[in-house]
Design a protein around this ligand. Structure first.
Ligand SMILES: Nc1ncnc2c1ncn2[C@@H]1O[C@H](COP(=O)(O)OP(=O)(O)O)[C@@H](O)[C@H]1O
Ligand SMILES: [Mg+2]
Length: 283
């Protein structure tokens, strides 16, 4: 075992002739909050799937919690089981992930797979229902929830297994602004200091809230790796990697910005947590 959550060195991956990841190298220490930022098609989901041992490098070496990420290593059931206890991935589309008849069954599924006792499973479900404000929804079929509610169930169903490492693929995709803001303040509160969290996103509004370090992916390669605050203010980098586009427009009021100019819009000021435990998410 090492102290590192992940260590990647010279990692590549191709879908047939299409190169999706090339020469990827980084180390993620335990407890780190990392964002994988990149435009569509830059390789974020492929990299997250690899970090979840759903696909393996075809070049270079990668480890997660000191375990080698390779098809050979994961052919061993014990290795696979030990890994699944430690690492959880929340897919971009919750409909792909949720298949149980009710929210409660969805939450029970992982713990039952891990062999927890029914008493323990019940206790943890109650705990998650309260923390994720899902109590009123517990008997509902997951596919009949709103986008924001589905996301909360999907995240809760992974977190209930207490993974040391949580991987989130575009958690705010397809959410309206209010649900997005609720989810982000909820995540920044609930993820905890010890847990390693890696979030793939192209949403510049959320990176500051969910990470202290950001890796920028561009067409399968690492374009930058640094402090999130430095990266989201590096306009040239963001333009080069298609995360913002220069545009010209006029602000209606006079003042320092009162004329046509090219700039990016700053992420909005930090919102106060607006997740309302008594009345539910506003979505
Ligand atoms: N199943 C697949 N088969 C072939 N190409 C794929 C597949 N999944 C992704 N790709 C390609 O790999 C590249 C990276 O995709 P992906 O990891 O999904 O990027 P992102 O999540 O950043 O949008 C893209 O060029 C995409 O078209
Ligand atoms: Mg993706």
């Amino acid at each position: 075992m090492t102290d590192n959550a992940f260590h990647f060195s010279g990692v590549g991956y191709s879908y047939g002739p299409a190169r999706a990841l090339d020469n990827i190298g980084f180390t993620v220490t335990s407890g780190e909050k990392l964002a994988l930022l990149g435009a569509n098609g830059s390789g974020k989901s492929t990299l997250l799937r690899m970090m979840d041992a759903l696909c393996f490098p075809d070049g270079g070496t990668a480890t997660a919690c000191g375990m080698t990420l390779s098809a050979t290593a994961f052919a061993d059931e014990d290795t696979n089981f030990a890994f699944r206890r430690r690492v959880g991935l929340v897919f971009q589309n919750p409909d792909v992930q949720m298949f149980n008849p009710t929210v409660m069954d969805e939450l029970a599924f992982g713990p039952l797979q891990l062999g927890w006792s029914t008493t323990e499973v019940r206790r943890e479900i109650d705990n998650m229902l309260v923390r994720f404000n899902l109590t009123q929804l517990k008997d509902r079929p997951p596919h009949r929830l709103s986008g924001g509610e589905k996301k909360r169930v999907a995240i809760a169903s992974v977190l209930i297994c207490k993974p040391q490492i949580l991987l989130l693929d575009e958690p705010t995709a397809a959410l309206d602004p209010a649900s997005k803001s609720d989810l982000v303040s909820f995540l920044s509160r609930e993820l905890g200091e010890d847990r390693t969290v890696v979030t793939a996103t192209h949403d510049l509004d959320i990176v500051e809230d969910i990470s202290s370090r950001t890796i920028v992916l561009d067409r399968g390669s690492i374009a930058a790796d640094g402090a999130t605050l430095d990266i989201i203010h590096d306009t040239a980098l963001l333009q080069r990697t298609h995360l913002v586009f220069p545009h010209h427009h006029s602000h209606p009021k006079a003042g320092p910005y009162g004329k046509s100019h090219s700039h990016i819009h700053e992420p909005p000021a930090k919102a106060t947590p607006s997740f309302d435990f008594d009345h539910g998410a506003k979505d």
